[in-house]
Design a protein around this ligand. Structure first.
Ligand code: SAH
Ligand code: F3S
Length: 451
């Protein structure tokens, strides 16, 4: 039975795609290899968001090709995902040892292509075409059958993005927005809950645009809020999250959903990208700094404990020191719990790559450092404020750093480490927070109650 090793780069969407591919291959009689050294098939699921991510995957494949071709020439090597989509045949031209290049709308054909390659029916496969209906194909999960008890699961609700932010390659690698149907998504969520999942995170590149083309607004509720309502009804589900939204999707219907739906936890990852209106406009983001701050103000009004996370780009073309200071001041005003900082990286075919006044690397580095310091300081304040409080935690499993302890998350998505036992797995418990570390909270071993 051929064994497969999948290495994933990039975002949660990629993690989810890899999981679905692994589940599909298991169902077709493949086994999952523990490491790349023993695998008959090695697949790299790639990210294109920044050049750095692409170079990492290319470097990895170059090394794999040297190693496997010397000692294990039968091994099938493949690229899949975003870089496979944007570069296609070019990847085989550059690295002739690569056997398979599989685009973002073709994950569900992985087994079929691997069967052909392993049986020698085909020598190389490049499959990066668009495929109608592929948004409904990411649905298999690796749960109980794989020996892993999952408390939390990701469910892909749509593919693609039409926003075309001027820096972003995603609309090219993931295609046009295509949404699954609400009944289809609810069925998948229901099955997961029946298997013991307690928390579901709905996934997409721009989830707030879910169903826009296919479904009407009903009683002031957008299709995305209608989906939240429908998933919320599933009995046994304890927590509902989603990522990534777009600020323009935070109408009053979504803000109000946080007040109305108790399972919709008070946590949001809302990418802001910049605090300067001039830069936001050049980025084609479709909101102003003031509007962004208004949204998070409204969210905190309905849920004062709202945990907020964001993405910020430093060194976008034309970003001046004054623009960057606007970003710093927005971060201070917003009091984020956490922020992911990205140094601007010019991407193929995106309008920003051709803008004048590209920012020198040294300036990007320096802004990155200053922003990081501020974010760390803000996070320390936000995490520190939890000390002494009682928090509701969904217990996920053993802590990675110290497996005798357990780990879970607060409703506001902060990681908590504490002493407990296996019987707490998958439970929602209440703990008093005794200490805050860097992006981690520590709980008192005395559990206050079990739900
Ligand atoms: N909506 C998507 C965004 C994908 S890209 C999501 O769900 O995650 C993730 C983040 O990468 C963006 O929010 C942005 O901050 C960053 N990013 C995208 N393109 C970039 C580029 N060209 N250079 C640097 N950072 C970029
Ligand atoms: Fe990219 Fe903007 Fe869409 S960041 S994924 S084009 S919302």
């Amino acid at each position: 039975m051929p064994s497969v090793y999948i290495k994933t780069y990039g975002c949660q969407m990629n993690e989810r795609d890899s999981e679905a591919v692994a589940a599909q291959l298991l169902a077709r009689g493949y086994v999952l290899a523990k490491s790349e050294q023993t695998a008959d098939v090695i697949l790299l699921n790639t990210c294109s968001v920044r050049d750095f991510a692409e170079q990492k995957a290319i470097g990895k494949m170059t090394n794999l090709a040297v190693e496997t071709r010397r000692h294990r020439p039968h091994v099938v090597l493949g690229f899949m995902g975003c870089m496979a989509q944007s570069r296609g045949q070019g990847l085989i031209d550059q690295l002739p040892d690569v056997d398979l290049v599989l685009g973002t709308q073709k994950f569900h054909r992985t087994a079929e292509h691997l069967d052909d390659l392993l049986a020698g029916r085909k020598d190389k496969v490049v499959d990066v075409a668009e495929e109608a209906g592929s948004q409904g194909a990411i649905r298999e999960h690796l749960l109980a059958g794989s020996g892993r008890k999952s408390v939390s699961a990701f469910v892909s609700i749509m593919q693609g993005c039409n926003q075309h932010c001027t820096f972003c390659i995603v609309p090219f690698t993931r295609g046009e927005e295509r949404s699954r149907t609400i009944p289809d998504i609810v069925t998948e969520c229901r099955e997961l809950v029946a298997q013991g999942v307690r928390e579901i995170t709905l996934l997409g590149q721009i989830v707030t645009s879910f169903g826009k083309r296919d479904l009407p607004t009903v009683e002031g509720r957008s299709p995305f809020v209608q989906l939240l309502d429908a998933v919320h009804e599933i009995e046994g589900l304890q927590r509902l999250r989603f990522t990534s939204p777009h600020p323009k999707g935070y109408g009053d219907d979504l803000v109000e959903a946080y007040a109305r739906l108790p399972k919709l936890v008070e946590s949001a990852h809302i990418p802001v990208q910049s605090g300067s209106d001039r830069i936001l406009k050049l980025m084609h983001r479709g909101y102003t700094r003031e509007r962004f701050l208004e949204i998070i103000g409204k969210l905190r009004q309905v849920q004062p404990g709202m945990g907020l996370c964001t993405d910020i780009i430093v060194g976008f073309p034309g970003e001046t020191e004054a623009d960057f200071e606007e970003t710093l001041s927005l971060v201070r005003a917003a009091r984020f719990d956490q922020a992911y900082i990205f140094k601007y990286s010019p991407r193929k075919d995106t309008p920003a790559a051709d803008l004048p006044d590209q920012v020198p690397q040294a300036v990007k580095e320096e802004r990155n450092q200053r922003l990081l310091e501020l974010i760390n300081q803000m996070a320390a304040e936000q995490f520190g404020a939890c000390v002494g409080q009682v928090e509701e935690i969904l217990v996920e499993g053993p802590s990675k750093k110290n497996p005798v302890r357990l780990t879970g998350r607060t409703r506001s998505n902060k990681i908590v480490v504490f002493e407990g036992s296996d019987r707490h797995l998958g439970q929602v418990i209440k703990l008093r927070i005794v200490r805050a570390g860097s992006f981690t909270l520590y709980g008192d071993p005395a559990i206050i109650n079990l739900d």
